[in-house]
Ligand binder design. Structure first.
Ligand code: TPP
Length: 168
């Protein structure tokens, strides 16, 4: 979400974007998205979430199958709070990993099974594009887990930022 916000280029297609600020950011993300989807069940809605935000509101998965026939959940699972890799505190182990990054080592296949959602895991761009196309053409309640790596993501972000600055 941060990267889309920072680097997403304008496109001619009209896309409605909803954000949930919550009390402090990551609470209630799934429930809010389910509310948006349920308000207009004929429209396709995709939620993009980090793994911690997703875990924080896991019980709201109960809403998805019941109320949102065309909603796709995309979770970028980088095993913890990747946002904190941006902060100076990331240089301070042994505190950083358990207190800020908070890795959990989970995948979400079991959650999808529990709440009756179709599930798929992808780890590259081609796989993600294929799945997004498939779910867009034939919308159904589904959970798409994207395997990520917080350290690699942060290195890529910095490199991308560096190249953009060179272009200016
Ligand atoms: C209710 C609440 N608790 C804690 C936080 C602090 N916080 C901000 S971002 C974040 C981690 C988000 O991790 P994730 O959803 O996995 O996304 P990523 O940073 O990896 O993209 C946390 C815990 C918050 N914003 N809201």
């Amino acid at each position: 979400v941060r990267n889309l916000d920072q680097f997403g280029a304008p496109r001619p297609q009209k896309v409605d974007i909803y954000c949930n600020r919550g009390a402090s950011g990551i609470d209630g993300t799934l429930a809010s998205a389910a509310g948006v989807a349920a308000a207009d069940p004929d429209r396709w809605l995709a939620l993009l979430s980090g793994d911690l935000a997703f875990l924080h509101d896991l019980n709201s998965l109960l809403l998805i199958k019941a109320y949102t026939p065309r909603m796709l959940i995309v979770v970028v699972n980088n095993d913890g709070g990747g946002i904190f890799q941006r902060l100076p505190v990331s240089n301070f182990e042994p505190y950083f990993t358990p207190l800020f990054l908070t890795p959990h080592g989970l995948n979400f296949a079991g959650a999808a099974t529990m709440f009756g959602l179709e599930y798929c895991k992808v780890s590259d761009r081609a796989g993600l594009q294929e799945q997004l196309r498939d779910k867009f053409v034939n919308p159904r309640p589904a959970l798409l887990e994207v395997q990520g790596d917080a350290v690699v993501h942060e290195m890529m972000r910095r490199e991308f930022q560096r190249r953009l600055e060179l272009m200016q």
